[in-house]
Design a protein around this ligand. Structure first.
Ligand SMILES: Nc1ncnc2c1ncn2[C@@H]1O[C@H](COP(=O)(O)OP(=O)(O)OP(=O)(O)O)[C@@H](O)[C@H]1O
Ligand SMILES: [Mg+2]
Length: 189
């Protein structure tokens, strides 16, 4: 019994030592304010490019966003034209690969989506992987399903501002729906 008490005292001492010496700055309160930690609810524009559609990856990509807990706001299969793509990729017009990019992106239908949720712009880009599939980690969409930059399967907005611009560009207002997601309370605290 005495041994047990000594072991318990030692364990408590160890816990105290760890908690008092782990932080060297001013005392911090460990009770995190949820509102301070929580990120803003955002929307992002995710698009499955013609290669992703042709290769039958639409379901797989939708599945990944659904399973993560994000909420679908809009979805359509769409044949884009050059005008629309010049607006969408306006910042790349001077790049040598731009004519090839236009040809690729108009070569067949794309799947246009709006996904909503906490920090979804950055998380969406993380789920897609790097622009160059060979720099993309396994487990990301580009890292799992593609090899070269000119056939990299999917697009994701790179900021909240560009997401809002892209959603307006690809969808009419009445195509983006606000609906109550029954699993919200099971995804967020
Ligand atoms: N060097 C390149 N050669 C061929 N295509 C390229 C090259 N660089 C970019 N692209 C194409 O142009 C797209 C847009 O490039 P960007 O720099 O915006 O990368 P990204 O933001 O990762 O991609 P996206 O905007 O499609 O999500 C790339 O996803 C790719 O399809
Ligand atoms: Mg981009």
């Amino acid at each position: 019994m005495c041994e047990v008490r000594r072991a318990a005292r030692l364990a408590i001492a160890l816990v105290c030592a760890t908690t008092t010496h782990a932080f060297s700055g001013p005392p911090v309160t460990l009770t995190r304010s949820r509102s301070a930690v929580r990120m803003a609810m955002e929307r992002t524009y995710i698009m499955i490019k013609p290669d992703g559609v042709q290769r039958g990856l639409v379901g797989e990509i939708i599945k990944r966003f659904e399973q993560r807990g994000y909420k679908l706001g809009a979805l359509k299969l769409y044949q884009a034209n050059e005008d629309l793509l010049r607006k969408h990729y306006g910042d790349l017009q001077e790049k040598p690969f731009f004519p090839g990019l236009l040809k690729y992106m108009t070569s067949g239908p794309v799947t246009c989506m709006v996904w909503e949720g906490e920090n979804v712009v950055r998380m969406g880009r993380q789920m897609l992987g790097e622009t160059n599939p060979q720099a993309s980690a396994p487990g990301t969409i580009r890292g799992d399903f593609s090899i070269v930059v000119g056939r990299n399967i999917c697009h994701g907005s790179d900021s909240v501002a560009s997401a809002e611009k892209e959603i307006k560009l690809w969808f009419d207002d009445n195509e983006v729906l606000a609906w109550k997601d029954h699993s919200h309370a099971w995804v967020y605290e």
